[in-house]
Design a protein around this ligand. Structure first.
Ligand SMILES: [Zn+2]
Length: 522
């Protein structure tokens, strides 16, 4: 493991490394983009391996020969230095191959050739096809737009940098952020970790909590009632405390002074040597930090843009847009904790989850989860119904899942050709159902992160109310659908502010069928 997050950077060729000269077979016409050589050398110096992943349909169309292409590549290496692998798709769109981007084949090939996994790769490219290929393989994508990049491709991208040097700076910054600046002298005693929100929030904090657990004798997790079921699934947690925090809860009760006194006493009873308070970027850790101080916790770490005075010992800052699991890992690192070698920075669940109470079909199935804890992030029911019908017509066994409060919804959606499992399982049971699926079709809600935690590919019907790069399924093969440029973008709205819910109402069921084929071929 050369960096904690990545082993390799995969680079698109035309428009990313060199000027895009259409169907170029002439080495004389190779022009590197500004700063490319120095940026690549920074990655080489950091021990990151490099590969080129490039669509060259000019071969299929007879515009240049393989020999001419190799001459172009030799010239690129002369100007930009050596690459550890060249992955080339020689086909065009009519061939239906598995390698032409947006298919993920070149990413798989390059990762294999470099001796790593796609999830430990970043792909830098200038168009939407590059980003789609990266996501479909479970790799990280960074878009470096050029004048030909379409605005919707920029809106959909998981991350955007100004140019290749900017992308490289971001890759190295992310890798550095999860490494403790000051490593600990020894193990910490009891550490109180906090993540007070819904299931998805708790799941994406998992890697940060595992990092703390790796360097502590004992980990106590304070969570909210809506995150309790997810907290029970996390590895590394020795004890759970469930408490509703009125400054975090989405529909908060008034602050009850007696309740706060009881919470302070409960926190004091933990006898923690320190606390690490995980939050989302719009949440404040400071009210809890005050209670932790009153409970006598001597060291408190949190991310806070607001001035914390003496409430925090470690005041960490994290830029907006970083994937939530890495944001949590960066706070753990600031507190002196890192994932041990061998523990990948991916979402994970405890081993040995109980089997669900329902019989699962053998031979493969697709799960559609139509509900969401936040209405603005749910695909409209009539659209989910059409998606189930389209998947069934394409020959899939479709299971429709949902919580106990979503039975009416799941019954309606499943009637189009699926099996209704609404309300039949708890979160652990849902995890097992999703783990057995070829693919999960779901909005930006808890089960998407559950899928990431069990390694099941996700067709993400993603309302752009929050950044995809921050909240999209982490390090698992994904296809993003939905209008990323819709008017609800970055509003964090809980209820869609736009009539007709256009960001998800316009999802084409045929696109879902195609996405399932891309993620789970055969
Ligand atoms: Zn191909």
């Amino acid at each position: 493991m050369l960096t904690p997050l990545y082993d390799a950077v995969l680079l698109d060729r035309d428009g990313t490394l060199v000027e895009d000269v259409p169907y170029n077979g002439d080495p004389e016409k190779v022009r590197p983009l500004p700063g490319a050589r120095a940026a690549l050398d920074r990655l080489r110096a950091a021990g990151v391996r490099l590969a080129v992943v490039t669509n060259q349909s000019g071969l299929a169309r007879g515009y240049f020969t393989e020999r001419q292409m190799h001459a172009v590549h030799a010239r690129i290496e002369e100007l930009l230095g050596p690459f550890d692998h060249w992955a080339v798709c020689p086909h065009d769109d009519t061939d239906g191959c598995a390698c032409r981007k947006p298919a993920p084949g070149l990413v798989h090939e390059a990762a294999r050739a470099l001796g790593t996994a796609p999830r430990r790769c970043v792909l830098v490219g200038d168009i939407g096809r590059d980003m789609a290929a990266a996501l479909a393989a479970g790799a990280t994508g960074i878009l470096v737009p050029t004048p030909v990049t379409r605005p919707e491709e920029v809106a959909e991208a998981p991350a955007v940098a100004r140019d290749l040097p900017g992308a490289v700076a971001e890759i190295l910054r992310r890798a550095r952020a999860v490494r403790p600046v000051v490593p600990r002298a020894g193990r910490a005693g009891t550490v109180l970790v906090v993540r007070s929100d819904s299931a998805g929030d708790v799941l994406v904090t998992g890697p940060g909590i595992r990092a703390v657990a790796a360097g502590a004798e004992r980990v106590v997790l304070l969570c909210g009632p809506r995150g309790r079921a997810a907290a029970e699934l996390l590895p590394g947690v020795d004890e759970l405390i469930e408490w509703r925090l009125p400054w975090i809860d989405g529909s908060p009760e008034p602050v009850d002074p007696d309740d706060m006194r009881r919470l302070t006493a409960r926190l004091a009873a933990v006898g923690a040597d320190e606390a690490v308070v995980f939050t989302s970027f719009h949440q404040s850790p400071l009210p809890l930090a005050l209670l932790l101080r009153m409970a006598g916790v001597p060291r408190v770490s949190a991310i806070s843009d607001d001035y914390p005075g003496s409430l925090l010992d470690v005041r960490h800052r994290a830029p907006v847009g970083v994937p939530e699991p890495e944001r949590a890992l960066s706070l753990a690192a600031a507190a002196g904790f890192a994932l041990p070698a061998g523990d990948e920075p991916v979402l994970r669940l405890r081993a040995g989850l109980p089997a669900p109470a329902v019989d699962l079909p053998a031979g493969g199935y697709v799960v559609v989860h139509p509900g969401s804890s936040v209405p603005a992030r749910a695909c409209p029911p009539e659209r989910c119904t059409e998606i189930v019908a389209a998947l069934a017509a394409d020959g899939h066994r479709v299971l429709v899942t949902g919580g106990p409060g979503e039975r009416e919804l799941t019954a309606r959606v499943a009637a189009a050709g699926g099996t209704d499992l609404g309300g039949t399982t708890d979160l652990a049971g849902l995890a097992r159902i999703v783990a057995g699926a070829r693919c999960l079709v779901v909005g930006n809600t808890g089960p998407a992160h559950l899928a990431a935690a069990v390694g099941t590919p996700v067709v993400s019907l993603f309302a752009p109310t929050v950044p995809f790069g921050q909240w999209g399924p982490y390090r698992v093969p994904t296809v993003r659908l939905g209008d990323a440029g819709a008017a609800c973008r970055d509003t964090r709205a809980a209820t869609c502010p736009v009539a007709g819910h256009p960001c998800l109402g316009g999802v084409d069921p045929a696109a879902v069928v195609a996405a399932v084929r891309r993620l789970a071929p055969g």
